[in-house]
Design a protein around this ligand. Structure first.
Ligand code: NAD
Length: 261
């Protein structure tokens, strides 16, 4: 879908330099929004395409409140408003709890939960002045059903779903909608590529991810970042004007229950 539906709207996407965030930033820009991305690791390979699409890039560590505040302030100073925030920056933590250090815990909860807290805090202040806005948090299927291999990641994403519902409730009166997408397994992302690179048998690992999602298994492929971006796109458009506090699983049924192997 390509429309001008988001013309005049201003959007921020965190973790917008790669994977799902990059696909989302491009989707929003192609559908008319003015997009600002914040990322701790900006990639030179994005510059030309982002320039063509009018996507502005800013270094931003979502764990640092001043960075997030600066990103929001930059968009508002230049455009006079903020309509859309996609809290997408995230990191994995595939370790049993017995091996998780305090630093690991702080890193995972810092990016996956504290970052969205800072994003919501500063975006909501601005959206209250606009008369409304939309926030989408990128959670995970692990935010719906915990996974054995990454308990702390699962905890961070479940808490993010909690933040989504709580703020959806608190700010419906301000016409601010807060929803989450729960994707996975998503291919061609920094996170997935790093997992596959670390594996002694990447092919088997990839097939394992595919087999864990019934529709991915039926199609014999993972979900693409663009397919997640389309769902985020639905949530930020007016078609979803009464949708708040919800989670959309884009996981091919992975979080529905235990499927037959
Ligand atoms: P990705 O690694 O391609 O993208 C994550 C982006 O976040 C990167 O650009 C990275 O530089 C950025 N980032 C990391 N730490 C940051 C920080 N402190 N401040 C700002 N930016 C930071 O991976 P992705 O899969 O596209 O991840 C996007 C989101 O999707 C994450 O929240 C992730 O948990 C979630 N997710 C991914 C999958 C998957 O299968 N890939 C599944 C479910 C959920």
């Amino acid at each position: 879908m390509v429309t001008e539906e988001l013309a005049g709207r201003v959007a921020i996407v965190t973790g917008g330099a790669n994977g799902i965030g990059r696909a989302t930033a491009k989707w929003l820009a192609r559908n008319g929004a003015k997009v600002y991305i914040g990322d701790v690791h900006l990639l030179p390979e994005n510059h030309d395409e982002f320039f063509t699409l009018g996507i502005e890039e800013q270094e931003c560590d979502v764990r640092v409140e001043a960075d997030v505040e600066k990103l929001v302030a930059r968009a508002v100073k230049a455009e006079g408003r903020l309509d859309i925030l996609v809290n997408n920056a995230g990191i994995g933590m595939a370790k049993p709890i017995t091996e998780v250090t305090e630093e690991d815990w702080d890193a995972c909860l810092g990016v996956n939960l504290k970052g969205p807290f800072f994003g919501c805090k500063h975006a909501i202040r601005q959206m209250q002045q606009n008369g409304g806005g939309v926030i989408v948090n990128t959670a995970s299927n692990a935010g719906l059903l915990p996974r054995q291999h990454d308990p702390v990641y699962s905890i961070s994403k479940m808490a993010l779903v909690g933040l989504t519902k709580s703020l959806g409730l608190c700010h419906a009166k301000d016409n601010i909608r807060v929803n989450a997408v729960c994707p996975g397994p998503v291919c061609e992302t920094g996170m997935m590529n790093a997992d596959l690179e670390k594996s002694s048998d990447p092919k088997a690992m990839k097939q394992g991810f595919i087999n864990a999602s019934p529709i991915a298994k039926a199609l014999n492929r993972m979900i693409t970042p663009e397919e997640v971006a389309e769902a985020i796109g639905y949530l930020v458009t007016d078609a979803a004007r009464f949708v708040t506090g919800t989670t959309i699983a884009i996981d091919g049924g992975k979080s529905l229950g235990v499927s037959q192997s």
